[in-house]
Design a protein around this ligand. Sequence first.
Ligand SMILES: C[S@@+](CC[C@H](N)C(=O)[O-])C[C@H]1O[C@@H](n2cnc3c(N)ncnc32)[C@H](O)[C@@H]1O
Length: 247
Amino acid sequence: MRVQLDPGTVALVAGGPGDPDLLTVAACRALEQADVVLYDYLAPDVSGLVRPGTELIAVGKRPRSTDTTSQDSINALLVELAKAGRRVVRLKGGDNYVFGRGGEEWLHCAEAEVPVIVIPGVTSATAAPAFAGIPVTHRTLSQGFTVVSGHAAPGHPSSSLDWRALARSGTTLVLLMGVKNLAAIAAELQAGGLASDTPASIVSSAFGDTAAVVRGTLDTIAALAIEAGIKPPSIVVIGAVAALDLT
Ligand SMILES: C[S@@+](CC[C@H](N)C(=O)[O-])C[C@H]1O[C@@H](n2cnc3c(N)ncnc32)[C@H](O)[C@@H]1O
């Protein structure tokens, strides 16, 4: 794709899973043209990739933190900056369209008649497992992968996932935001028929200085995560491939 970021335009740009080397060429081109970058707490440090004078604004939404900017304020700021004629990059960790509120931001800009372009990129859903030597598919082991959010606990009114059906999907399960509810999720998957000795691994802060990998089974992974002090951002991989270590 040829990136042309005109004044008054918003670019929703994938920041990748944390390492600036995993930004796409298109992302770098958008960053070079930006007047202002609104970045997320999981986005990579791009201060060396923008022109001198480009404004960098942190609008992180840290889980369970008071240090957050509401989605409404972010939407309003995107439109305000674009209407002021600035070239705006909205940089997210991973891909904006994978649990990144990118669709909402696109709609908000479009409703305000602000031109918006989308630069897709590398999602942590596949990159974090790869960091730990886990391919999410592998011939003979897994013919597919299912990416779900573990943010809402099984049975919680805001959860729309059928965990017992997921247990029978025959695919690798990749959980984002699943650490807090891991014990409940693992129990529900076992209740759905997934064997307790199914391999399960956690990849925490992939590509970062505090990266950690914990390997276990569906039965043991929640306790192992607590023992290892695993915190977000972390990805849980469940399925035969989770036992692989192609590092
Ligand atoms: C709000 S979601 C955003 C996902 C992002 N848009 C993507 O495509 O990767 C945040 C979750 O992504 C996962 N995540 C993002 N970066 C990660 C990393 N470097 N290592 C492990 N997990 C990561 C974690 O599950 C974290 O809680």
